[in-house]
Design a protein. Structure first.
Length: 319
């Protein structure tokens, strides 16, 4: 056998005894009839030549229940539901996992709630699609927390979400046909004013709210098609880490000033703190800073997310 091959096999043998069999360097030196310093040198060579590969991983958790308890404690939440998810899951899989978990969680959590406000977003919309049909809850009312936006994205059409939830719960719904943002000089009709006044009365009596948390827009784009933000306002929006019901907030939870020249039809972010149950459906690594900031600011008190996002939240909190 060539000498180089013999050396490689000796490195393998020594590495196996040390890393896999648990022998000390002194024990290996006695077995190989060489000095301890030679054992140390051969172990170094085994690593440098790829015979030994060392992987360092974050310690695994005992269960998702432990992670749930950690997030409840660290973010001071009332409850957290975590959907198991693979580390390599695509964005659509993240949404589906959270929506499915929420569809199981919400019927029990909303059982005692009479007036429930509903926001928008891809995960909230998908939740409304996968909800199972429930027994009739004739005293329950679902109301919008925000107006609509755009013309072709169902996730931003709150009436579409309300319609599904009302049908699945066999409950009442209150629809409005106004945009989330309108130019300030546009005058509402008397009928629109009356409907918005009634909506505000419902908001005063909310027992629960279901919302999403979004990432912040960059300085060069804005996701609300009805709004034409000026460059200075876009720069302000770029300070935000996320939004809830189109209220953009910074990492410390403070709100970014509203865009001038527009009226917003949306439940006030600060008023979310007085609602008994504010259930946030959101996930994705890009939303971690926003989820932490929103929880600390009191914009939600219950969370439905996925295991990858939950781990990322905990890691960021503890770092």
């Amino acid at each position: 056998m060539p000498r180089n091959r013999t050396d490689m096999m000796q490195m393998y043998r020594i590495a196996k005894m040390y890393y896999m069999d648990g022998l000390t360097q002194a024990q290996i030196a006695a077995a190989e009839s060489i000095s301890r310093s030679q054992i140390s040198r051969l172990l170094d060579q085994a690593r440098s030549r790829g015979i030994v590969e060392i992987t360092v991983r974050m310690p695994g958790r005992i269960s998702l229940n432990e992670l749930r308890d950690d997030l409840i404690r660290e973010l001071r939440l009332k409850d957290v539901t975590i959907a198991p998810l693979n580390e390599t899951a695509a964005e659509e899989d993240v949404i589906e996992a959270i929506a499915t978990a929420a569809a199981s969680f919400l019927p029990k959590e909303l059982k005692s709630c009479r007036t429930v406000g509903v926001g928008w977003g891809r995960t909230v919309y998908r939740m409304s699609c996968v909800l199972s049909h429930r027994g009739a809850e004739s005293e329950k009312l679902f109301v919008p927390l925000i107006g609509a936006s755009g013309t072709d994205n169902p996730a931003m059409q709150v009436n579409a979400i309300l319609d599904r939830m009302g049908e699945r719960f066999r409950a009442h719904t209150y629809f409005i046909n106004v945009p989330a943002f309108r130019e300030s000089e546009v005058v509402l009709s008397e009928l629109e004013k009356k409907r918005l006044q009634q909506l505000h009365r419902y908001w005063d009596d909310l027992d629960a709210a279901i919302v999403g948390v979004g990432t912040a827009p960059g300085a060069d784009h804005f996701f609300i098609s009805e709004v034409n933000a000026q460059p200075a306002e876009r720069s302000l929006l770029a300070q935000a880490v996320g939004d809830v019901l189109t209220h953009f907030f910074r990492a410390d939870g403070t709100l970014v000033p509203d865009i001038s020249g527009y009226e917003r039809v949306a439940f006030d972010a600060a008023d979310l703190r007085r609602v008994r149950k504010v259930i946030c459906l959101a996930g994705g690594r890009d939303k971690v800073p926003a989820l932490i900031a929103a929880a600390r600011a009191g914009y939600y008190n219950m969370l439905v997310t996925d295991s990858v996002t939950a781990e990322a939240i905990y890691t960021m909190i503890r770092s």
